[in-house]
Design a protein around this ligand. Structure first.
Ligand code: NAX
Length: 328
């Protein structure tokens, strides 16, 4: 029998947590022959700790054969102990009257603490996926708070934006989602993101040729549709994306572990590629082999793309500037 894999999940009683836990326990992430141990972290307040106990009761009742053990924590030091995979979903939600800088400051205290805990107790090759917003900068803070772990252990979720871009192109072209390749999203998981289909193909044919290089559609329909998809779902469903976010997180980690020849989007610390300043967490197109991602190189950056990429860079530099005094 395989050795169980330890998976820590924060914000486990939240919407995304409630979706992802059951899929992971069912084997959707690591396969039907891989035993797992879940270590669930929730905020220490009474309400959250009570809610997570209810989730545990449901997990028990699912009698998942792969689930060897599940534990609840309010301290990241115990929650991340020996973790092989850590999915950081819990974060402080934005209140309507809150400035982005305030949100960043509150969240930085959460992710500094969690980064330090990962640094001291997680497995040295732990794969960390941060989902909680503002996700790029939360990932940066976590990474910088864990100096003994490689920067390559830390990633941010832009996969939902990536999947949304594929879904949109598939419906525009009336083709199955699986036939669409080489779409990806540059930058920050915010309105400044830049979904890029200049290289994308459907059954090997360049999509931009099929739609006559339609820059009007790109600028006025496609880009806003992807960057505003989250808001649109909130206004229609009455709650933010949860099942699709959980699904994207599974796609992200699965590809990271098992590899992919397809281009996928990961938020990763920049190595300076495409003039993105080193270390900032940025959405890049990658391929993955032996659990190591590699940025797709030598893509042409035209004037429009440069402008879009620079917008995300500037935004992220400002986010980091607003919290940098907290992490030194
Ligand atoms: P919920 O508010 O339903 O759940 C968040 C949970 O985190 C709550 O149960 C809360 O008690 C817990 N929590 C808060 N502080 C914590 C801490 N310090 N330690 C452990 N747990 C803590 O939010 P949900 O809809 O699940 O979304 C979670 C996060 O994902 C949000 O920040 C959201 O903005 C972000 N998202 C990111 C996406 C992405 O593409 N990167 C897309 C989906 C989602 O919007």
């Amino acid at each position: 029998l395989k050795k169980p894999v330890r998976i820590s999940i924060t914000g486990a009683a939240g919407q995304i947590g409630y979706n992802i836990i059951f899929r992971i326990a069912n084997g959707d992430l690591l396969g039907k022959d891989q035993p797992i141990i879940l270590q669930l972290l929730e905020a220490s307040n009474k309400k959250s700790q009570k809610a997570i106990k209810g989730v545990i009761m449901e997990i028990e009742d699912c009698i998942f054969p792969l689930l060897v053990d599940v534990s609840v924590h309010e301290n990241p030091i115990t929650a991340f102990k020996d973790a092989n995979i850590a999915i950081l979903i819990g974060s402080f939600p934005r209140k309507s009257n809150m400035e982005r800088s305030e949100l960043l400051a509150i969240n930085s205290s959460i992710f500094i603490e969690q980064g330090k805990a990962l640094n001291s107790v997680a497995s040295r090759d732990v794969k960390v996926l941060v989902v909680g917003n503002p996700v790029n900068t939360n990932t940066y803070i976590t990474m910088k708070s864990a100096p003994d772990l490689s920067y390559k252990n830390f990633t941010a979720m832009l996969r939902l934006d990536h999947n949304r871009a594929i879904a949109k192109l598939a419906s525009k072209l009336n083709e199955p989602v699986s036939s669409i390749k080489k779409v990806f999203v540059w930058g920050n998981h915010s309105l400044s993101m830049y979904p890029d289909y200049r290289y994308a193909t459907v059954n090997g044919v360049l999509i931009r040729d099929m739609i006559n290089n339609n820059s009007f559609w790109n600028k006025n329909v496609f880009l806003p549709a992807i960057s505003r998809r989250g808001e649109e779902i909130i206004s229609i469903r009455g709650a933010s994306s949860a099942a699709s976010a959980a699904s994207a997180a599974i796609d992200h980690i699965k590809d990271w572990i098992f590899g992919t020849e397809n281009w996928v989007t990961m938020g990763i610390p920049s190595d300076g590629s495409y003039n993105v300043p080193k270390d900032i967490i940025f959405g890049f197109p990658v391929k993955i082999k032996n659990s190591k991602y590699k940025i797709i190189q030598n893509l042409e950056i035209d004037k429009f793309s440069r402008k879009k990429i620079n917008l995300s860079i500037e935004e992220l530099k400002n986010e980091i500037l607003s919290i940098s005094h907290l992490i030194r």
